[in-house]
Design a protein. Structure first.
Lengths: 166, 147
């Protein structure tokens, strides 16, 4: 039995998750929001020491944010992708910075800035790239950036810029 | 400023054009588009143009690439640290007007709102020859000044 199948069988027997083999050495797992910390701690024990990325997808029609955690194991050379959906209206999830430390902290800080997802337990969620930002988080799909730019930077009465308003 | 009042503007500017020391404030592609200037093919040192490591030694501020709301503040601080007389040259369309980032929420659209610009060099990117022409215009401008 290969290492990937070993992880696959123990993972799906221990937790209530749907694990899919995406391709060789690549697993996708859809998990519940409440299981995130347990699964993360268990996977860290198994050797998934590197949270290589954390991303958010905005499913505006479903009213959900999908959080995607990419975990890499240097011992087994397997990539596990954890996916979990949270409510878009109240985007709160527990921080995994207690498990992956600084590695997770900076990813969560960025996602908080760009999507407004609140990570409970993260020590510092202050703005990372945007300074003096007053609008809604800019990566949300309902953020109308063209309208924002017109209001903030351009003047309808300016001859050079009135073309942007047509 | 007392020294400035005694000497004529031509004399002061004459000191500047003996050798133009520049400080680069390059964002994104601005750097790689202007780097050929330094190399042997265009070789800006034959005109006395040297890149300095600190704005306190620079006469000219080259500003290129799109400027974000965050980076323009740093550019302003760089500008304030330069000694008088100082010249600011903006290179490329993104720097001047936002260019292809005209509808981006995070880049500035009118550079003149943030820094006093002496000269604009349009283009995407501007040719190295255009930079020399701009510098040549500074030379000529000073030479033609009245005492």
């Amino acid at each position: 039995m290969s290492k990937k199948e070993d992880i696959l069988s123990s993972f799906s027997s221990k937790f209530d998750v749907k694990v899919k083999t995406q391709r060789d050495r690549r697993l996708w797992a859809s998990i519940q929001k409440k299981d995130l910390l347990d699964i993360s701690a268990w996977l860290k024990e198994k050797g998934f020491t590197h949270l290589s990325s954390l991303s958010v997808t905005d499913w505006i029609d479903d009213g959900k944010y999908e959080l995607t955690y990419h975990l890499w194991s240097y011992t087994d050379n397997v990539l596990i992708t954890l996916k979990t959906k949270i409510s878009r209206k109240n985007p709160v999830i527990k921080s995994v910075s207690s498990i992956w430390g600084e590695n997770a902290q900076i990813h969560e800080r960025e996602m908080h800035e760009l999507f407004g997802v609140k990570f409970e337990g993260n020590s510092d969620l202050s703005p990372l790239f945007l300074e003096d930002w007053s609008g809604v988080p800019p990566f949300k799909k309902d953020f109308d950036w063209r309208e924002y730019v017109k209001e903030k930077f351009y003047d309808r009465n300016n001859e050079r810029e009135s073309g942007y308003y047509d | 400023m007392i020294v400035l009042a005694k000497e004529s503007k031509k004399k002061i500017m004459g000191k500047l054009i003996k050798a133009i020391w520049i400080f680069n404030w390059f964002n994104s592609c601005g750097f790689c588009e202007l780097v050929p200037l330094v190399g042997s093919r265009w070789d800006m040192e034959r005109f006395g143009i040297i890149v300095t490591g600190t704005p306190r030694h620079a006469d000219v501020l080259f500003i290129a690439g799109y400027q974000t709301i965050k980076s323009i503040k740093r550019a302003q601080r760089v500008y304030e640290q330069m000694p008088d007389p100082k010249v600011v040259i903006a290179l490329g369309s993104c720097t001047m007007t936002g260019g292809m980032y005209w509808d981006s929420y995070n880049t500035i659209k009118k550079l003149e709102d943030y820094l006093p610009i002496t000269m604009y060099i349009p283009g995407c990117p501007p040719r190295p020859e255009a930079v020399f022409e701009a510098v040549g215009k500074i030379f000529n401008h000073v030479k033609e000044m009245k005492d």
